[in-house]
Design a binder for this molecule. Structure first.
Ligand code: S3P
Length: 222
């Protein structure tokens, strides 16, 4: 265990298990599972770049995801996800946060597979629902959940959100399960999850740290 970072070091490289992939870490998982927050923190710890697909689409379209859904519909949003990710598929040394439904399109999935090590952030749907039910701003920003913000009662919102998230996850779980690693803890803080993520990648033989170098300065994807 490294005293400064709290992360374990020097796990043996597992040649056979380590995926032979591009040098990015790709976060997939349900809405509200923490992909953007945890991804940004993990990138900072690693000294990697951070790429957020939703944020990039919003920047390029000069519209929120919510507006894009409203004006153009879900299928055009999926087209944008596909074409945008394709354009950025040459990224290296980035943590990439995708949207919850980015995995559902077959072509986009091929692009995802080509970009790096895929990690499924998979906190219990009940926990995601509890977080989103309490945060109306976050809830309204997500077009596939936004109408649930009309329910005034927190418990009702929580119950309906749990059901909706479980249903959406059910449709996508076949793809989520193909991730190289899964992080399923009850997330205490984004920071601890980011550290758990990196620790898991070290254990899985995906990341290694050189002991001669300052921790986090020179992480490498194997
Ligand atoms: C979606 C998830 C959202 C966003 C859009 C659709 C989905 O991203 O891409 O609202 O289909 O699950 P987050 O997973 O970051 O909320």
């Amino acid at each position: 265990m490294d005293a400064d970072t709290g992360l374990e070091q020097e796990h043996p490289r597992r040649e056979q298990d380590a995926p032979d992939l591009g040098s990015n870490i790709i976060l997939i998982g349900a809405m509200g599972s923490g992909k953007s927050t945890v991804g940004w923190l993990a990138a900072k710890l690693l000294g990697y770049g951070f790429f957020d697909l939703d944020a990039t689409i919003e920047l390029e379209q000069k519209k929120s995801v919510h507006m894009i859904f409203e004006e153009k519909g879900e299928s055009l949003f999926r087209d944008l996800e596909r074409s945008t990710l394709k354009r950025f598929s040459g990224l290296r040394n980035h943590v990439v946060a995708l949207g919850g439904g980015t995995v559902s399109d077959d072509d986009t999935w091929e692009t995802i597979l080509s970009m790096g090590t895929i990690v499924w952030l998979n906190p219990p749907s009940d926990e995601i629902a509890r977080r989103l039910a309490a945060n109306l701003e976050q809830l309204k920003a997500r077009p596939l959940l936004a109408e649930l913000a009309n329910h005034q009662d927190l418990e009702t919102r929580h119950k309906l959100l749990s059901e909706r998230i479980a249903a959406l996850t059910g449709n996508r779980v076949g793809r989520y399960k193909q991730a190289h690693c899964v992080i399923s803890d009850r997330f205490s803080t984004p920071d601890s999850t980011a550290r758990l993520l990196l620790d898991t990648l070290i254990k899985e033989g995906v990341l290694k740290i050189s002991v001669e170098q300052k921790p986090f300065d020179k992480w490498q994807i194997l």
